[in-house]
Design a protein around this ligand. Structure first.
Ligand SMILES: Cc1ncc(COP(=O)(O)O)c(C=O)c1O
Length: 387
């Protein structure tokens, strides 16, 4: 038996994406070359770029390919803040939410080392950045803000931030907003359309979280948004991200995104039902399912549960032995399990955080996966709490 419940870490490749990769991988040629081979590689790249842009309501000129979302987040946070400070040395403050992915949080830490003042905006016990918190912070000290970065969907709890409202608020202060939307692509409401969200300047996405291959992602960035590159070379991707573009990965990324967007409403509903069943079952077993209760604020593919008195590390090992993949909300650093920063920011104790498991659902899951998990869990929980 194999049940994969770690889709937020990476999602199995969609067959259509694999096929698109195979076809494009046969193309010989560097998309920057002027001969016919190069032109063919460029055609595939540009058609894929247009499909990716269209899927997210963006303009194709706004898509900058990167190696994944870590690079997209770094590029946005460092590149945008540095560009703003270069234009005006007074712009030396950066605001981020307290539950950012390390790709943003540590990018901001690097900015702090370079002399920026970085402020983490607190979240509530559901993991949500409340609009009032942001508006108070902006009203108190609106000056010198180079950038605001806020995760769209939290990768540990699945809390959905009110990005449209945050973007409008940031825009009213003339502050560019970047959002890591890696876990938000399955939301029917997500868009990068300038007409809908003029205050949103940058958006990070990653292919392997949506059924595409690993090693490709994108930063969607407005054409007039200030940004400096982090790497220097051949000047590809509007000189923002030099390096030969990986044509086959890009073709597969476009195929995956097309499929996700096409099936988004149906998938959203079926994941929501699976999550509800799982949530009810876990609660009945004494687990504390955390995060927003309201479906408008909770992504359907992520469920984080604290099992009081249980070692998450042991439970994950037992689940793995039983053929079930899930993950801890805790990061493993230098061989030591650390309590999740996100959970601590939400007001939970380190002990809670070490008893927490994230189940994340995706296109391969069926209702049987959930019932099987719920049948196995009572025994595994007993074994994980007795050690
Ligand atoms: C919210 C979020 N941002 C960024 C990343 C990093 O993405 P990538 O693996 O494409 O570098 C992840 C993946 O764990 C994520 O969940």
């Amino acid at each position: 038996m194999r049940i994969y419940l770690d889709h937020a870490a990476t999602t199995p490749l969609l067959p259509g994406a694999g096929e698109a990769w195979q076809v494009a991988a046969r193309t010989v040629g560097n998309a920057s070359a002027t001969h016919s081979w190069g032109r063919e590689a460029r055609r595939i790249t540009e058609e894929s770029r247009e499909r990716i842009a269209a899927a997210l309501g963006a303009h194709s000129g706004e898509v900058v390919f990167t190696s994944g979302a870590t690079e997209a987040d770094n590029l946005a946070v460092l590149g945008m803040a540095e560009a703003r400070r270069q234009a005006d040395p007074q712009l030396n403050r950066v605001l981020i939410s307290a539950v950012e992915h390390p790709a943003v949080r540590l990018g901001a830490a690097e900015l702090a080392a370079r002399g920026f003042e970085v402020t983490e905006l607190p979240v509530d016990s559901q993991g949500l950045l409340r609009l009032g918190v942001l508006s108070d912070a902006l009203r108190r000290n609106p000056k010198g803000i180079a950038l605001l970065s806020c995760l769209w969907v939290n990768n540990e709890m699945g809390a959905i931030a009110p990005i449209p409202e945050i973007a409008a608020l940031a825009d009213s202060y003339g502050i560019p907003l970047h959002s890591d939307a890696v876990q938000a692509v399955g939301l029917p409401s997500i868009t990068f359309a300038a007409a809908t969200l003029p205050g949103l300047s940058g958006l990070s996405i990653s292919a392997h979280k949506i059924g595409g291959p690993m090693g490709i992602g994108a930063l969607l960035i407005r054409r007039d948004a200030p940004i400096v590159p982090l790497t220097y070379g051949g000047g590809q991707e509007r000189r923002i991200r030099s390096g030969t573009v990986p044509v086959a990965l890009i073709a597969a990324f476009a195929a995956a995104l097309d499929e996700v967007v096409l099936k988004r409403e149906l998938q959203y509903e079926s994941l929501r039902q699976l999550r509800n069943t799982l949530s009810d079952g876990l609660t009945a077993l004494g687990a504390n399912v955390i995060g927003p209760a309201h479906p408008n604020h909770q992504a359907p593919h992520i469920l984080y549960a604290i099992f009081p008195g249980v070692s998450a590390e042991t439970l994950l090992m037992l689940l793995d032995q039983a053929g079930i993949a899930a993950s801890a909300g805790s990061a493993c650093s230098a061989g030591v399990i650390q309590p999740s920063e996100t959970l601590l920011a939400m007001g939970y104790t380190p002990q809670d955080a070490l008893s927490g498991v994230r189940f994340s659902l995706g296109w391969t899951n069926t209702p049987t996966d959930i019932t099987t998990l719920l049948q196995l869990l009572p025994d595994l929980l007993t074994r994980a709490s007795s050690v």
